[in-house]
Design a protein around this ligand. Structure first.
Ligand SMILES: Cc1cc2nc3c(=O)[nH]c(=O)nc-3n(C[C@H](O)[C@H](O)[C@H](O)COP(=O)(O)O)c2cc1C
Length: 439
């Protein structure tokens, strides 16, 4: 019998909670307590992983300044996810813990050492969300004169990942022998220099950390442009995608699988998860009312425009809300621009007005999933059957993180999925990569 189950990931950030939402506004000290509660809920619901995103600047793309971002708390504050991930790893036993680390921010040696250490601390459940960073403000904060063009960013990232992999593998799995009789801790013949000399990066190695439980931590990636997708297909164990509709989800997954095959990989080794932000409530009309209320809330349009400006470095404040957008391209996140503008690479601009695009961007997910847990579980099951796999990456709609929302998913929606045999009811594996490969 074929296994029709799909995977679940959670996409979140170490930032502000739903501070202006009556059901999520508890003051949060920056201790990680909110995320510790969320991780426990996700583990109860048998999620594959919780991914904590990260960026390296307060955006300035909208209206040429930080003001809108600080005013609404959009993409700011953002605390460092790695120390948080260490706490979450200690609190959990099965959930994968993934953090975002930019190839622009760390020397490869330091990143290899950090993710190897994290894989030990999480007992083999760590994942690296590989990003190149796309915002010019982030490049300036890293001491660069400007963000390199996308092609160069990914060419550099290819070399960066190659060096990281070599460093991670520089200790053979059985290098530590701890033989008291011969007073030998490690077998020096099993720890190898890497002598890597690339165009942009070099390190003689070896790493000074013991080989990690997964051999190498799981790699997660979210390339959206054709170049970014090729990078994702070559390196990732799980690819996360922000697309539009069932057709967009299917086209993206088919493309990643094709590119993986061309790179000599088994496409089944890559789990493509599509971003969704369901709105669930006890009754369908309650859920629809919650959705309508959020779309009509004061500031919704400005928040949505500022958010997409931050991903794309396009200042949407310059365009008339009641006119269609001109054709746009970006050196920042092309995938986010295509999603928001409802275009595909190379396709003409959408005839919809900017106001319509804002409204359509809705919860920011690929599908409009609004209803009771049973309604939404049915819609998710139907979508997965049409797409062919591999699962969903759930996030909070409108960037409003709260315990109430997360528990509505983990204790309402997920049981409805489990009753349909669509998601796992227990973990059977130890490491994140094994969990991803379970079905
Ligand atoms: C679900 C999802 C999560 C992402 N998380 C981050 C992140 O945490 N930090 C970041 O700098 N970029 C993040 N990105 C951006 C991607 O790394 C990538 O730049 C983007 O999808 C556009 O693709 P492109 O680089 O091929 O144009 C994310 C993208 C998606 C779709």
């Amino acid at each position: 019998m074929t296994d029709t189950r799909f995977h679940l990931g959670w996409f979140t950030y170490f930032g502000q909670n739903a501070w202006n939402d009556p059901l999520g506004s508890a003051p949060e000290p920056w201790t990680g307590d909110l995320h510790r509660d969320l991780a426990r809920s996700m583990e109860r619901a048998c999620f594959d992983y919780m991914l904590i995103e990260d960026t390296l600047s307060i955006p300035t793309a909208f209206k040429h300044g930080m003001e809108t971002y600080l005013k609404h708390g959009i993409m700011v504050p953002k605390h460092d996810p790695v120390p948080l991930a260490a706490i979450l790893g200690a609190d959990t036993r099965h959930l994968g813990i993934v953090t975002t680390l930019s190839t622009m921010a760390y020397p490869p040696f330091m990143l290899a050492r950090l993710i190897s250490t994290m894989d030990h601390l999480t007992r083999g459940r760590f994942g690296w969300n590989i990003v190149t960073s796309a915002e010019n403000a982030a490049a300036l904060n890293m001491g660069l004169a400007e963000i390199p063009p996308r092609q160069l960013r990914y060419d550099m990232a290819d070399e960066y990942v190659a060096l990281v992999e070599k460093l991670i593998e520089s200790w053979e799995p059985d290098a530590v022998i701890r033989d008291a009789a011969t007073d030998t801790y490690a077998d020096a013949s099993k720890v190898h220099p890497v002598n890597f000399e690339g165009r942009w990066y070099s390190a003689p190695g070896p790493l000074n950390t013991v080989r990690c439980p997964q051999g190498r931590p799981a790699f997660i990636q979210a390339g959206g442009s054709p170049r970014g997708r090729r990078f994702a297909a070559e390196h990732a164990d799980s690819v996360i995608a922000s697309t539009n509709g069932i057709a967009g989800m299917k086209a993206y997954r088919d493309d990643i699988r094709k590119l993986a095959g061309e790179a000599g990989r088994n496409p089944d080794d890559i789990k493509v998860l599509s971003l969704i932000a369901p709105i669930v409530a006890e009754t369908r009309s309650q859920a629809q009312e919650m959705y309508a209320r959020a779309l009509e809330s004061p500031g919704y349009t400005e928040r949505a425009l500022a958010l997409f400006s931050s991903f794309t470095d396009v200042d949407f404040s310059q365009y008339d809300l009641d006119q269609p957008l001109p054709p746009l391209t970006t050196n920042a996140e092309q995938g986010a621009l295509d999603k928001f503008c409802q275009t595909r690479p190379g396709s003409p601009a959408s005839p919809k007005t900017l106001r319509q695009l804002v409204r359509d961007s809705g919860t920011t997910g690929a599908l409009e999933l609004v209803g009771t847990p049973d309604d939404v579980a049915d819609m998710m099951g139907d979508a997965m059957a049409q797409v062919g796999g591999d699962g969903f990456l759930i996030t909070t709609p409108f960037h409003r993180l709260s315990r109430v929302y997360v528990n509505g998913i983990t204790d309402g929606l997920v049981p409805a999925l489990q009753r349909r045999g669509l998601t796992r009811t227990a973990y059977t594996k130890t490491t994140l990569r094994e969990t991803l490969k379970e079905f």
